[in-house]
Design a protein around this ligand. Sequence first.
Ligand code: FES
Length: 628
Amino acid sequence: MSEVRVPEGPTEVASTDGRGRLDLLFEPSGRKVRVPPGVFLFDAASWNGVAIDSTCGGHGTCRKCKVQVLEGLAPITNLDTRAFSIEELRNGWRLACRIEVATDLRVDVPPLMTRPKAATVGVGRKVILRPAVQKRYVELTEPSLSDQTTDLDRLFASLDDLELRPELPVLRSLGRVLRKSDYKVTAVVIDNVLIAVEPGDTTERMFAIAFDLGTTTVVATLLNLTTGAPVAVQSMLNKQQPFGADVITRISAIMMDANALEPLTRLAHETLDELAQAVCEEGGVDPSEVYEIAMAGNATMTHIVLGIDPEALGVAPFIMSTKLFPEVLASEVGVHVHERARAVVFPALGAYVGGDIIAGMLASGMDRDSRLRLFLDIGTNCELVLGNSDRLLATAAPAGPAFEGAAIRCGMRAAPGAIEVVKLSAEGVELRVIGDVEPEGLCGSGLVDVVAELIQQKLIDASGRFVSDEEAARLAPGLAARLTQLADLRVFVLHWQGNVGDVEKSIFLSQRDVRELQFAKAAIATGWHILLEEAGVKEEDLQQVLLAGSFGSYLSPASAVRLGLVPKLPILRIVSAGNVAGEGAKMALLSLRERTGAMTLLEEVEYVELSDRKDFNDQFVDQLAFPV
Ligand code: FES
């Protein structure tokens, strides 16, 4: 705190509202915000769309975030005394990024003079750059007999606006680095910890890696923390695949043999590290220049990557070991980047609404948007979130493996050779195949398309049954020949392999496949119907449906509506949100505020347990039918 003694400005002290909230009033906009005590005014402002001047993003280095406190208490900090005259301090001028809110405040915000550095990430979210990692270049005076200040104190004196703690490995090399570089060094700081001191000016080289840790696929994005721009992206199949395709089979592997946890953890580490090295190579970045990583994954993947036994997640009552995971070093999850790099692990709301969904909510701004929206991440397990800035409800529905191509006779994963788009018309069948090659099977989006098209052509009725040959010949003569039998199984042939009429070798949709899809669709539709009911709103009140994840990106909104998989809304309101888990992980690396936002979501979201609901079975049965 400063030595300068000036009045604290207006001193009307208001207590919190009993729920631990304080009122902030920003002038001249008149914007009112309620915040918990202890948040920084600068953060509270940017969270709520009040722009305060800054080029350092709240790190306390630019001294541009000047505001005038008109009412309330804002003690003067060290940095304030350097940024303002005594007269200004007396008039309540403070740096917003140093004001830790402890009372109600009324603050005047001057117009913007500079544009803060920002990056567009997530679903059109603009994030002001304020990574946890920061670098400071300093030129120190050399010690002498008349100045025997220690190496560490010498360094800290030049960084006195930060309250730093050193790490032992830094101290081990500090003296050597200082003397070798003529006392011109760059300090690398994460939060308040000095993790490294590098020779010369390396402030332009600062990177991080965001991981979307999927059960099937893992995606890594290398980010430049000085610009917020992605430098390289790589993905690969999770090396845990041999242990099973989904989380349940991986948990079962551990249930059957506790020793399976070790190889599963190791394989996750190998996947992450291989990707880390690949993005660094692609981006021309030395791995030692990566100071932080973030991982967003479902609860099972997160448990396994940290070496925590996930067994209790697999059986009722589905208990996680923890919602919040401790901060670890990147090296502890097998990622070989800077030796002191941190790993940020996204928290999980529940066993089946994991860190990937928290990251997705963050990326899509679910808790900040006033529009009523439904977020759907469709996979073996479907996660659903409904709500807006007033209230958020989440649940998980067991959709089964149909959308991943499993349990479907000619099903396959979305890979080259998979039919991903199907159009049926009086003239016949039009297919789009991944990789433009000869079709080998049907992936999830193709499955949804073909059933939706068959309903449209009236070759499948509301109950999900293929119509008779006679009806087919009458209703769709151009397609009727494709509706045929394979032994006692009724099938619709999408692509003849070899001779026309050789059903066995062809790619087809069977009556049993339609049933599988119906079960998956019914589970998901039951989920969102129950959430709508809980929230007391109707399907038509929804302003947007966000389809998250890779399946969501390829799913045709029109087909999804036709099946009743998503609410019946105008097609333009059904939006593919893409890899939102990865986007959320990127945001947490680019902005400390967003990282805090992920933690806040844990408290804001209400979890609705579907299996607890007495009406679940009735609703499920109702939802088996297709809307025709
Ligand atoms: Fe830069 Fe406050 S935001 S000093």
